[in-house]
Design a protein around this ligand. Structure first.
Ligand code: FAD
Length: 523
């Protein structure tokens, strides 16, 4: 009861009678920003400019007072300690602002521009205990980490995201998931140590052994407990090449059981990357058959589909690592029997050999194309959900085959993950059961008025969440977005009290990451 009173539901509404008071408070908070500037902290007043993120949905509700370009963890500490003097000022670390709903912003608060930290791009590879690790600034992008580790040391992090323009601090504050997570867990399971500035302004080094409550709180902690300034990431030797394969299914049950079979095989009998996606059974260039082929080989021949095929089809995406010295016959000898056991449509297999770097940077081409056609900077009402294995077939039946049967103007990912690879001590919450699926609806809205409006896309997301709830599905939002404390309580379930305790310990004034709308500033 004490904690709930301390952290009342987030409320952004104001009424006329409180306007004067608000103006006075904003003026006083601006004076705090000026005070920080006088201490030599690089800070720019944002003069009411909205802070757009990748989602582009927050419109005018995300207007920070100032942006700090921190030079050190101690400067971040000074910002947090000074902000505590105000009853209202909140502070958000911002990675690259790839959030969808303003999670990295601070309305009328201070945003910390993490990539600006001078240590961000510096990646130091060292040997520590169990093996080689990379010590990286939290504002570094995974692309910087990749290029440095592979280019300079022939080593690579074990777990990735699909797109590498995201920051280390931003993804490990959520989880960081891609096709390697079934084996290595999410990126948050591959962090050995972090330097964190807590909401109290303390600079703390933490790991599984040292200050481990803070360590596990911050991983998947949605920016609520501290600002990560540095992280040590586990590495493995980087392969030179990958065989990248896509195979097509018409039946969800066969797609899902093959995917689950692969992710539960021992490493010596499996693949190094497993993802999957749903696509529309049509010639639509974005949502349909043309979205499947890879490499410059043949196109998608729909004549190869059995007549029983429904409105949507499924593609399993697999990768095997290999080295330069391996000739293609020996790689085929490994891949052949592993594919042989799967039940995909035999004539709908696509494959290409590319370098490891090229594979990991594959989404960069998508970004370049979207920038060129104007869809990178338009709104993206994305929805990411973890769905239990128990409910995924019903999810397919009710949602992919009905609500989403015409596609979403972008990829609809669905693939299995293994719960025991996720550390339950972190702040992430997952559905029950050892296997669960990630469903990622990566919507793009056109710059020209064709296709559904952004509001219609948002409404369809809500319809999907309502459908999951109405059918009693066991699911959790990934990169969650809620508006009220009640909804957050529902999200965290029996982990809510742990989350609140962690908040009261590491950020008792609720200064950090207000854009998540979990807690309100305490006076
Ligand atoms: P931001 O959006 O800037 O921040 C996210 C949250 O973390 C905010 O609450 C912020 O306050 C907090 N934060 C940021 N930095 C720090 C820090 N140093 N310390 C403490 N808190 C911090 N996710 C996946 O898991 N897998 C994918 O394959 C994947 N692909 C994506 C592709 C694209 C094109 C996009 C736009 C997003 C993708 N994401 C993916 C989602 C991504 O993980 C989130 O957007 C995440 O928020 C990281 O983005 P960011 O680094 O820009 O962080």
């Amino acid at each position: 009861v004490y904690l709930e009173q301390r952290f009342p539901p987030h409320d952004q509404t104001t009424n006329n009678s409180s306007n004067d008071h608000h103006h006075h408070q904003i003026e006083s908070d601006l004076n705090i920003c000026r005070l920080l500037e006088s201490q030599g902290i690089p800070i720019a007043l944002s003069n009411g400019r909205p802070d757009r993120d990748f989602g582009g949905l927050t419109k005018d509700s995300s207007k920070p007072l100032a942006i700090v370009h921190p030079l050190s963890a101690h400067q971040i500490s000074a910002v947090l300690r000074t902000a505590a003097a105000s009853p209202t000022l909140a502070v958000a670390a911002r990675g690259n602002g790839h959030s969808i709903h303003g999670q990295a912003s601070a309305h009328r608060g201070i945003v910390l521009d993490m990539p600006a930290m001078p240590s961000s791009g510096n990646v130091v590879v060292a040997v520590a205990g169990a093996g080689e690790v990379a010590d990286v600034g939290a504002g570094a992008t995974w692309e910087e980490v990749l290029k440095w580790c592979v280019g300079e040391h022939g080593m690579a992090p074990r777990s990735w995201t699909d797109y590498l323009g995201l920051t280390v601090g931003g993804t490990i504050s959520n989880a960081g998931v891609s096709g390697q997570a079934f084996r290595h867990g999410p990126q948050s399971s591959n962090v050995m140590e972090m330097e964190v500035v807590t909401g109290n302004g303390e600079v703390v080094v933490c790991s599984e052994r040292q200050n481990n409550e803070l360590f596990f709180a911050v991983l998947g902690g949605l920016g609520q407990f501290g600002v990560i300034t540095r992280a040590t990431i586990a590495l493995q030797p980087a392969p030179a090449m990958v065989k990248w394969i896509r195979v097509v299914y018409t039946e969800f049950s066969e797609f899902a059981s093959d995917a689950e079979f692969i992710v539960t095989q021992p490493e010596s009998d499996s693949f190094d990357y497993v993802e999957g996606f749903v696509f529309v059974n049509s010639d639509d260039p974005v949502n349909g058959w043309p979205s499947v082929p890879i490499g410059s080989g043949r196109g998608f021949d729909p004549a190869q589909l059995p007549r029983t095929a429904g409105p949507v089809l499924y593609c399993l995406e697999l990768v095997l690592h290999y080295n330069k010295g391996d000739d293609s016959a020996s790689v085929d000898k490994v891949v052949g029997p592993r594919l042989q056991r799967l039940r995909y449509c035999r004539d709908l297999k696509f494959e290409v050999d590319v370098s490891y770097m090229e594979f990991l940077l594959r989404v960069k081409h998508v970004e370049q194309k979207a920038v060129a056609n104007g869809t990178w900077h338009t709104p993206h009402p994305w929805l990411n959900i973890f769905v239990s294995q128990r409910d995924i077939a019903d999810f397919d039946r009710l949602i992919f085959k009905k609500i989403l049967k015409d596609g979403i103007g972008g990829p609809m990912l669905v693939y299995p993950l293994i719960k025991s690879k996720w550390d339950s001590r972190t702040s992430v919450v997952l559905p029950e059961g050892e296997i669960f699926y990630i469903v990622a609806l990566l919507r793009f809205s056109g710059p020209h008025n064709n296709g559904p409006t952004v509001d219609e896309m948002v409404a369809q997301n809500q319809e999907i969440i309502r459908c999951c709830a109405a059918h009693g599905f066991d699911f959790k939002l990934y990169l969650p977005h809620y508006r009220t404390t009640e909804q957050w309580k529902g999200h965290f379930g029996d982990q809510w009290s742990r989350f609140v305790e962690r908040k009261s310990r590491f950020d008792p004034m609720a200064i950090l990451a207000p854009g998540q709308r979990i807690f309100s500033r305490a006076h």
